[in-house]
Design a binder for this molecule. Structure first.
Ligand code: FHN
Length: 577
């Protein structure tokens, strides 16, 4: 008993630690990604051939299978004489960004710092001879920006044993462990040792085994325990490691997640500089994306791709500055906020801090009212964030709260209204309604999680429920049945062989089904299973719950959805399959 209490205390202490470590990340919300390397010299063109439309310019070496010898020759010419680290850090600050992630080494294997491990770096290989990582880390410190590095730990097209170059090197002859031992891990050690405290390390494209990933994680923990590790450190098809998850590139989740997350996004269509890509996002688009990300509890890592001379493309600067002007006025509604418990509105999105709900109106509603459906709390007052002294009228109709907004003075990107509510904003349970003969599709991301059950990200861009082991770790939906009758009940999940045999329970309308988890293959190999026929006897409200039947050591399953498909509806014969 006593040892259990000690264990519980230690576990609680660890938990606080993990939360403490994430504090700046969840507060800061907005960071600058910088993709810069020798590929900026080519700027999307090799010997008269362009990288295909929509292609990423930093991949040019791989796209045209440029021999290492030729690429290395080209890298000798990188000479960013106009580089001014202060300008980068100042731009990040002006944009309202709080952290900056620089590609210390991208997939081409070239280091943007003075590496003793490999001479293939900006100091020893180019006439420039200056250490970009050092200069930027110092400039960031001066500007109060948290400095972070990207490091391509698996992919390295220059090293004979690194991953990815099959045009110069025979993959069968590669000794990947030698690459890890002699380049990747030692370079990471240099970055963690020589440039002061790093906010986070951004690994990319995963790595084959968990044991390999652990070597990187352990090194970070050993040298800089507070430095965060992104989710791309391990194999994407396995349990995702790291302190937080990254969406796919330019990805946006369909709803809020229960884990820490960030989405890396481009400002045009490429990460590294391309002279052909002028498809710049507008400031309004960037602001609305940021609001949407923050409204779902995530962070926005927005990229710039500097030119070979060290300057930042003028359109990127212009967009960043305009975003910054908006942030200057409206930052309160972004920094330190959390996800909005109520959904996505036709007029925009919402973020939350204490009892303040920041209603971000992307467009003026036709009736002049921002309706906030699904809110449990009573409203206290409302005002424009820019005019705290002028109260706005709070209206209520059919149980729904709304704020009447002025006709004038709208911001092209997002006008922020502060709705102050009594207590912590909470959502009414979401009601899942059905059309005639239509199935109920109950996805994990639309359910209400409780206990340890967690809405998590999948590398294929979808979501699942994980981390649930005990009966109190549940997912629940509130159905409104309008078509009573018999329904096929199906579940879709992924389960590793060692999870098979666990029991799970589905409760609905007074019925309790206990079923056994079957193996589907690996972590993210989803399969649908028929759970039999159930009766939704009467019209009206009906909760549905899925949970582990008993406590167990592992994940119950990676749950994706339950489906209720009508067989007979209201006495009629529905779909039979
Ligand atoms: O291959 C890279 C790509 O070049 C870029 O660095 C992005 C940024 O998220 N990550 C990889 C692809 O996911």
């Amino acid at each position: 008993m006593k040892s259990f209490a000690v264990f519980a205390l230690l576990a609680a202490a660890n938990c606080v630690c993990a939360q403490d470590k994430m504090e700046w990340f969840t507060h800061d919300k907005f960071g600058m990604f910088v993709h810069w390397g020798p590929y900026s010299v080519l700027a999307g063109e090799w010997k008269g051939q362009r990288t295909p439309a929509g292609d990423e310019a930093e991949w040019i070496m791989q796209r045209f299978n440029i021999p290492v010898k030729d690429y290395r020759e080209m890298a000798h010419t990188l000479n960013p004489v106009k580089f001014d680290a202060n300008a980068y850090a100042k731009l990040a600050r002006a944009a309202g960004m709080k952290y900056l992630v620089l590609t210390a080494k991208h997939h081409d294997g070239f280091a943007m710092y003075d590496s003793k491990v490999s001479d293939y770096n900006i100091v020893k290989w180019t006439p420039f001879r200056r250490d970009i990582v050092k200069e930027l880390s110092e400039a960031c410190k001066r500007e109060g920006i948290r400095f972070c590095v990207y490091y391509s730990h698996r992919e390295d097209w220059d090293d004979p044993n690194g991953y990815g170059n099959h045009w110069d090197y025979d993959p069968a002859k590669k000794d990947f462990d030698k690459y890890l031992r002699e380049k990747s891990l030692p370079q990471l050690r240099e970055l963690l040792t020589n440039y002061g405290p790093l906010g986070l390390i951004w690994f990319d494209r995963g790595i084959d085994t968990t044991a390999q990933a652990k070597q990187f994680i352990n090194l970070v923990h050993e040298l800089q325990p507070k430095c965060l590790i992104n989710g791309r450190v391990g194999n994407y098809a396995h349990e995702l490691l790291g302190d937080y998850q990254n969406m796919n590139d330019n990805g946006m989740p369909t709803g809020g997640l229960d884990e820490y997350w960030e989405t890396p996004q481009t400002l045009n269509g490429t990460w590294g500089y391309s002279k052909f890509d002028e498809q710049w996002k507008t400031p309004a688009n960037v602001i609305q994306r940021m609001v949407e990300i923050v409204s779902k509890g995530g962070n926005y890592l927005l990229n710039i791709g500097p030119k070979a001379d060290g300057t930042i493309p003028a359109p990127s600067v212009a967009v960043m500055e305009q975003v910054g002007a908006w942030m200057q006025k409206n930052g309160e509604s972004i920094y330190g906020t959390s996800a909005c418990p109520v959904g996505q509105f036709p007029w925009g999105r919402c973020t939350v801090k204490g009892g303040n709900m920041y209603l971000h109106a992307f467009q003026k509603p036709a009736d002049g009212v921002l309706w906030v459906g699904g809110l449990k709390n009573e409203a206290a007052s409302a005002h424009l964030l820019q005019a705290p002294g002028q109260k706005l009228e709070v209206v209520r109709q059919d149980g729904v709260t709304g704020v009447r907004v002025p006709a004038q003075g709208w911001d092209a990107a997002s006008t922020v209204v502060v709705l102050v509510v009594k207590g912590k904003p909470e959502a009414e349970p979401e009601l899942m309604t059905q059309g005639s003969d239509s199935p109920f599709h109950l996805t994990g991301i639309r359910g209400e999680t409780s206990g340890q059950a967690m809405k998590r990200f999948n590398r294929d861009g979808s979501f699942h429920i994980g981390r649930w082991t005990k009966p109190e770790d549940q997912v629940r939906w509130n159905l409104v049945v309008s078509q009573p009758g018999k329904y096929h009940l199906r579940v879709r999940y992924a389960a590793r062989p060692e999870w098979a045999g666990r029991k799970f329970v589905v409760e609905l309308g007074g019925q309790r089904l206990e079923k056994t988890v079957e193996a589907t293959g690996d972590w993210y190999q989803y399969k649908a299973f028929d759970l039999g026929v159930v009766t939704l006897a009467a019209k009206g409200a009906m909760p549905v719950v899925i949970r582990p039947a008993a406590a167990g050591p592992e994940n119950l399953m990676y749950f994706e959805s339950l489906t209720l498909e009508p067989i007979t509806v209201s006495g009629r014969l529905g779909r039979l399959d």
